[in-house]
Design a protein around this ligand. Structure first.
Ligand code: SAH
Ligand code: SF4
Ligand code: F3S
Length: 475
């Protein structure tokens, strides 16, 4: 099924550039009349993939003559990029859109756009039509590349525009502009969509089928990023270990890492997310061998109970997961490990939960992202019996946080006195350690000392630690 993806043709992309030019003329005329440039405000509610999409939208807006605005109040176009992964993400986005109704009343000429994963769900467009009249343009993840055309239609007509259709097998669009923030870090999407259908998860329904970008396009984009001075580059995909399965080219994710590692320059490559069912020994061997590939692995296990894992349709057991961690640590003793966990999946018993908690203790993660299960309509888990009271789930959640904080603190403490190579990437809030940096493993370090410069690598010695941060001085 995955090879049915649609590659957007260069002609179609050129067509979008024509729309960008039309709008650019319109914004130039208006800017002259107003005496200041037109501005666009973007806001992101989702994951890194969602952020990467926003950067593409921002790139198109820049091409259309809009300058970035810091606040919605100052903007002529507002784009809210939504997430659907948990109810909380949806209600935050909808709350923000609700708050924009005043702005729209005061300035009817502002264009409010809503896009991303949330609007790609079947029931959402109707809800926006009825209850959020301030929204002018709604477009789903599959219509992202058509944003210039849709915005043009919105600006030149008096209809509200909804485009949440599109082929669920998904699109690959190359050659659209991207506006990154110009720091040291950059996202680089290598694939889109997901085929795994974990029973709790909405992502496969709103992001379409798994599809990989051609490796030549990825290499070219990496070279571009490196030449622009980016040093900390994260490859993105919902399951990067499936990279290449849909390509005619004979290539897998490990082969891609080798290719990217061969690009010249001083930079680090990270990637997320890996799926335990597809993470292979070959991948860990490759990571260990490639000097530019950070020794960092985000490998979500979700639950330590085999019964729950089966009901989640995750395709591995807790023991398989343990085996992967052991192999990765054997090849890369200093590797930084992180994971996602869901607490309170339908039918989770006290025993199931204990198995999750024990796995956390056993592995000793450097970072953990724990979520309370959120029911997503349309997913198989939404139909499973869920008789655990919310208070019980909440109590488990808090117990797990305690365990995880103790484990993370122990891992952090173990860095005291160690010398680490870090990439200095910004200013901290404190004065004693005024700069921030990341270790190769992705840990946050606040640092102090002479000859530290943002955008360069440095050696620091860790002087003290806290739960979220290491504190180091340059050597
Ligand atoms: N593709 C990635 C994860 C994407 S979503 C992977 O498979 O690892 C990020 C995290 O959100 C998931 O790992 C999971 O822990 C959490 N998540 C997804 N759906 C959820 C739901 N319905 N309720 C609670 N957490 C959820
Ligand atoms: Fe969701 Fe599972 Fe796909 Fe991750 S692998 S995006 S959790 S369905
Ligand atoms: Fe990401 Fe949320 Fe969509 S986690 S893929 S923005 S549903």
């Amino acid at each position: 099924m995955s090879n049915q993806k649609t590659i957007v043709t260069q002609e179609q992309i050129a067509h979008q550039y024509e729309y960008m030019q039309f709008i650019s003329k319109m914004t130039a005329e208006k800017a002259q009349a107003y005496g200041h440039p037109l501005r666009a405000f973007t806001q992101t509610f989702g994951c890194q993939q969602n952020e990467a999409d926003t950067q593409q939208i921002a790139g198109m807006l820049e091409e259309m003559g809009y300058e970035p605005a810091d606040r919605a109040e100052d903007a002529d176009v507002i784009v809210i990029n939504t997430c659907a992964v948990r109810e909380h993400a949806e209600s935050r986005a909808l709350g923000n859109v609700g708050a924009l109704s005043h702005l729209k009343k005061a300035r009817p000429d502002v264009t409010i756009c809503l896009c991303g994963c949330m609007v790609q769900q079947e029931h959402i467009p109707e809800k926006i039509k009825k209850s959020y009249p301030q929204v002018d343009l709604v477009f789903g993840t599959h219509a992202l590349w058509r944003f210039p055309e849709l915005l043009y239609r919105s600006l030149t007509g008096d209809q509200r525009i909804f485009d949440t259709t599109g082929d669920a097998s998904g699109y690959i669009a190359e050659g659209l502009p991207v506006l990154r923030d110009g720091g040291t870090k950059a996202w680089l999407s290598i694939m889109y969509g997901c085929n795994n259908f974990c029973t709790y998860c909405i992502v496969p329904y709103v992001r379409g089928r798994e599809r990989s970008r051609a490796s030549a396009d990825i290499v070219r984009e990496l070279e571009q990023l490196v030449s622009e001075g980016y040093k900390d580059i994260t490859l993105l995909g919902q399951n990067v270990n499936s990279y290449g399965k849909d390509l005619e080219e004979q290539i897998d994710f490990s082969d891609l890492l080798e290719k990217l590692n061969a690009v010249s320059g001083d930079f680090l490559i990270r990637f997320m997310t890996s799926h335990p069912k597809d993470a292979s020994h070959k991948l860990f061997d490759t990571m260990a061998r490639c000097d530019k590939v950070a020794k960092q692995l985000h490998l979500p296990f979700q639950s330590g109970s085999d019964t729950i894992l089966r009901r989640m349709n995750r395709g591995y057991t807790a023991d398989h997961y343990r085996g992967l961690i052991a192999y990765a640590r054997e090849k890369m003793p200093d590797i930084t490990l992180s994971s996602d966990i869901i607490v309170g999946f339908p039918g989770e018993t006290e025993e199931d939960f204990e198995q999750t908690r024990k796995l956390v203790e056993e592995v000793g993660f450097d970072m953990l992202f724990t979520f309370l299960y959120s029911k997503r309509s349309g997913t198989p888990a939404a139909k499973m019996e869920d008789d655990t009271p919310h208070a019980v789930k909440q109590a488990r959640f808090e117990r797990l946080l305690k365990t995880q904080d103790a484990c993370v603190q122990a891992r952090q403490d173990a860095y005291a006195g160690k010398r680490l190579r870090v990439l200095v990437d910004g200013h901290s809030k404190g004065t004693a350690y005024p700069l921030t940096a990341r270790t190769e493993g992705g840990l946050l370090v606040c640092c102090a000392g002479d000859n530290l410069e943002i955008g360069t690598f440095a050696e620091v010695e860790i002087e003290k630690t806290s739960l979220r941060c290491l504190f180091g001085r340059s050597i």
